[in-house]
Design a binder for this molecule. Structure first.
Ligand code: AMP
Length: 419
């Protein structure tokens, strides 16, 4: 027997109400904020991801699904959502459109991670990108969108963490200070952090190991090393967030797992702590588009994992609307009636009434049992007698009351009963 590959799962019909709910809210909110949908391919050139995410990151070093196709091309399954959107922005000359260009996506992401609750090898992300403007008001808008998204889903007890990690001008000095501070504490660090010190010192700050957290608490803060432009940007952003009433906390240890971030970074976390606690996060990536060969184009984005949202909705007991299901069951008695039933079911569907039609040779009793199991509100029954008189029997499944009516009357009755 085959099973779904480790770290992947089937999204079964009983789960779909959650997915529809979350995706519907995402789409609704994006429309409210003026974001348009983009869908990019499931795989891209390896170089797009390795260059943008950064060579020293976990994703590029350990987690990408890279393969060579039959033409000898090195391709990678979508490892994150931002780089493909930037690639599409460049490829389609979107810098010629009014800026910022605001795009969103809902797409599967593939990472070879160690599977656990809330961490999978295939997961879906909803993400937004606003490209072509550096104004802190845009950062505030993206953060507001992210926050309102979670709140509108009904999630509560969330924390919004914010930091600025500076730009090309001010980051080198900060990184040098950080490295020199950590070099003095090297014996206390976990094995991964010893490597991070050489390859990706910013990531030292968000190590989850207790011994490293203690060192990180007293580490130099990026916000103390910002150049005047970054300083002003960060301060104006905080001002906007205060005006919007968003309850953010500045967290000096907040950095993100991808190398392309500049200035603003933020994360939204639920109450519970842990490696897979982050619900969503994002930040500015002002240099990414120029690194991919475009002209300098500041941008900011945000992404969140659908599975983690659903885990949290369940944990917090948020109920989601059930998906619509057919409420009418068409049953029949006899071969001739079966042909009529097929026609009637089709006729009802043509006018927008969703219907389940009985199939096979079950007795009427078995068909009605099936209607009951499917939670149908009405059964329409056709037999030889009905064919002769041109009428059908309408049965109210809750009360078992039945009446014989014409098809025209049936349409009227069902339309008014089902809305
Ligand atoms: P990232 O692209 O790493 O910034 O992740 C953005 C969001 O996607 C996270 O906050 C999580 O909600 C979700 N996420 C990231 N990695 C995984 C994963 N392996 N499994 C499930 N959700 C994930």
């Amino acid at each position: 027997m085959y099973r779904a590959p480790r770290g992947t799962s089937d999204i079964l019909p009983q789960e779909q109400a959650y997915w529809r709910y979350v995706e519907h809210r995402a789409v609704r909110l994006c429309e409210l904020y003026g974001y348009q949908r983009i869908d990019t391919p499931a795989f891209e050139d390896l170089g797009l991801f390795s260059r943008s995410i950064g060579e020293g990151t976990d994703i590029v070093e350990k987690e990408m699904y890279t393969f060579e196709d039959k033409g000898g091309n090195q391709l990678t399954l979508r490892a994150e959502g931002t780089a493909p959107v930037c690639r599409a922005y460049l490829e389609h000359g979107m810098h010629n459109l009014p800026q910022p260009v605001k795009l969103y996506y809902v797409a599967p992401i593939f990472r070879y991670e160690r599977p656990q609750a809330g961490r999978y090898r295939e997961h879906y992300q909803f993400g937004c990108e606003a490209l072509g403007d550096s104004a802190p008001a845009l950062d505030a808008e993206v953060i507001d969108l992210a926050w309102q998204f979670f709140i509108s889903l009904g999630l509560r007890r969330l924390t919004l963490k914010l930091n600025s990690i500076g730009c090309r001008q001010c980051r080198p000095e900060y990184l040098a200070t950080l490295k020199s501070y950590y070099s003095g504490h090297i014996q206390k660090l976990c094995r991964d952090c010893k490597t991070r010190l050489k390859r990706n010192p910013l990531r030292l700050l968000d190590c989850k190991q207790p011994q490293c957290q203690a060192v990180a608490d007293s580490a130099p803060k990026s916000s103390d090393y910002l150049c005047p432009d970054c300083e002003e940007h960060f301060s104006r952003l905080r001002g906007y967030l205060e005006r919007l009433g968003l309850p953010f906390e500045v967290s000096h240890r907040l950095v993100r797992g991808l190398d392309y971030y500049t200035r603003t970074v933020f994360e939204i976390q639920p109450e519970s702590e842990g490696a897979q606690s982050t619900l969503g996060g994002g930040g500015r990536y002002d240099d990414l588009i120029s690194e991919l060969g475009g002209r300098p184009t500041p941008a900011i984005g945000f992404a969140t994992g659908m599975e983690r949202i659903i885990l949290n909705l369940k944990k917090q007991g948020v109920t989601v609307p059930a998906l619509p299901r057919p409420r009418v069951f068409v049953a029949y008695v006899g071969d001739e009636a079966r042909d009529e039933a097929v026609k009637l079911a089709a006729r009802l569907r043509r006018v927008g009434i969703s219907v389940i039609g009985a199939v096979g040779d079950k007795s009427l009793k078995a068909q009605l049992r099936q209607a009951n199991n499917l939670a149908a509100s009405y059964a329409v029954i056709i037999g030889d007698e009905e064919i002769k008189t041109g009428k059908v029997v309408l049965r109210d499944m809750a009360t078992s009351e039945q009446e014989t009516i014409t098809v025209t009357q049936l349409l009227e009755r069902l339309r008014s009963a089902l809305g």
